[in-house]
Design a protein. Sequence first.
Lengths: 178, 540
Amino acid sequence: MNDDINQKNTKLVRKLLLIAVAMFGFGYALVPLYDVLCDITGLNGKVEGSAVKEVVYPIDKNREITVEFITSLNESAPMEFRAETKKLKIHPGEYYTVNFYAENKTDKVMIAQAIPSISPGLAAEYFKKTECFCFTEQTFKAREGKMMPVRFVVNPELPSQYKTITLAYTFFDKTKTQ
Amino acid sequence: MSAVIAEHDDHHEHDDHAHGPEKGILRWIITTNHKDIGTLYLFFALAMFFVGGIMAMIIRAELFEPGMQFVQPQFFNSMTTMHALVMVFGAVMPAFVGLANWMIPMMIGAPDMALPRMNNMSFWVLVAGVLMLASTLFMEGGAPAGGWTLYPPLVLQTGKALPFAIFSVHLLGISSIMGAINIIATIFNMRAPGMTLMKMPLFVWTWLITAFLLIAVMPVFAGAVTMLLTDRFFGTSFFDAAGGGDPVLYQHIFWFFGHPEVYIMILPTFGVASTIIPVFARKPLFGYSSMVYATASIAFLSFIVWAHHMFTVGMPVAGELYFMYATMLIAIPTGVKVFNWTATMWKGAMTFETPMLFSIAFVVLFTIGGFTGLMMSIAPSDFQYHDTYFIVAHFHYTLVPASVFILMAAGYYWLPKWTGHMYNEKIGQLHFWLSTVSVNILFFPQHFLGLAGMPRRIPDYAVQFADWNMISSIGGFIFGASQLLFLYIVIDTIRGGTGEKVSDEVWEDAHKHGLEWTLPSPPPYHSFTTPPTIIPTEHI
């Protein structure tokens, strides 16, 4: 093989390696891109991670929406977790408060985080929470049980095809990762 | 291809550069010769084909009857996971890299691959990667059992094996990328004078495009599994909802790799089929340039359809529609290819030697796999098919009687060239008929099982699925056993085969279809030390 080809090869290999490295980076770039896309479109049931200010909406008394509440535990976290209300008929624009009960079943202090998810995903951006135990980590003393309120409103601009919204919470035991 | 070889210059070993292989075992360890490395790849792939095959036999044995028979559920799940990983990364991909190593330099008139030492390294890194993957079988907590897609959070529950599985994916990725870079460099820089891009055999074209796919997506997969690794051991939360991550994100990243990955396994298949069919139809390939453009279109489309693997994760209707239509588009270039192969055979003076039989079976059976793919592209229907045996039947039809059959065809087609001996045609045809009949007994009933609702990746099932599972298992055992014939034929051919001395072109008029047939059988250790002369012609 002559030097000319060797040189051409070296150049090409450099370029191709660069592509490979760039694509490795692209894999990581997909993470923020994905979040941005979810934020913009409100897909995937991602909801705001912090409380929104309580604003007054016109209440639409003619429209009734069913809101369902689901609770679950991740990797069988040693807790009891339930919604005091399973289902609620609401009017868009009106504020409601529902209670959730969570209890630490261990004899040790537990730190847990609840993650909300709303379906259908596209309804998520119309579901506003002014108060939620999911905004921060919750610390439970040994065997402690807590009643925790969630205050929410459904924006009356919610498109008419949505008749039922399901709010699901999963509690994650984060004690070990602290 | 529209090139014919005017003459082949004296390419026998005569200059000081030409030397034979090293003696003994060291030849295979330190070799930088493209033929030696190709042979290593092919043997390694064949070995892994049997390892993955044994895993498949365990799966089919357990599913022979409802209830738990032979293995624990956890081990069963390890088998489905490892079977897929071994077959994809250990058998099919390395087999095509082996063919590329052997054939590309000979097809484009080059003396060797462009980067021979990197070539050696990419093979041994592959071996290291697969050995590391296999070692997980013996670890505490068992081998990965969450499916080959390694979805979190399930895969994060893997025991001690998880970091080993992840590092083995890294090694396999590095090996594939090095192989791909080598192939691109060879094709771009080592072609004989006159071998323009549009004169290259389609096998070379499909590999060029495949190599670019590999470089584009293997690093993305490496990134995804690295995120799994840091999620499990270093407290990151890419896919952990508790820390603000999202497991669905993994699916998006994985399938951004995964969909091109399935084409990495099928594009070289198309290339080999396009090489073999014209020879035995005794006609030039119909629509050469449309084949090239179709391959490129399929490669491009593979990047923009990934979410059709995830129709059920809760995408909005607009997303479902986009991925549905984009997926359906793939049928067009694929259809072009199927029609071109059919048109190549149309009114050809066909003969039915084993390589051609496997190629014809490929065209027919791959098309069945393609049609079920079209069914699944319809988002509302896919909700029924998702994660059922219908999916299993679909991708096995596109992999076994397609990629694997074409690899067999390639073996029969080029073995006489590689070894200088003729394989036993009778046993070859027996192997073909047994394989073709049994592969359909094996996979066709899985369509029915899937439509009836049998989920994939389960060791036990409802009694209603018993009959078709038993038939499928019987097909599986026959198919598995038939492959031993192929092993026998390969060994027999290397040791002399039928004893018949094969000519340089082996197949009638094969020299019109590729430069490799102008070389002696077996070809000299260094193929084209002086470049061959290529003159263009209107038609062959």
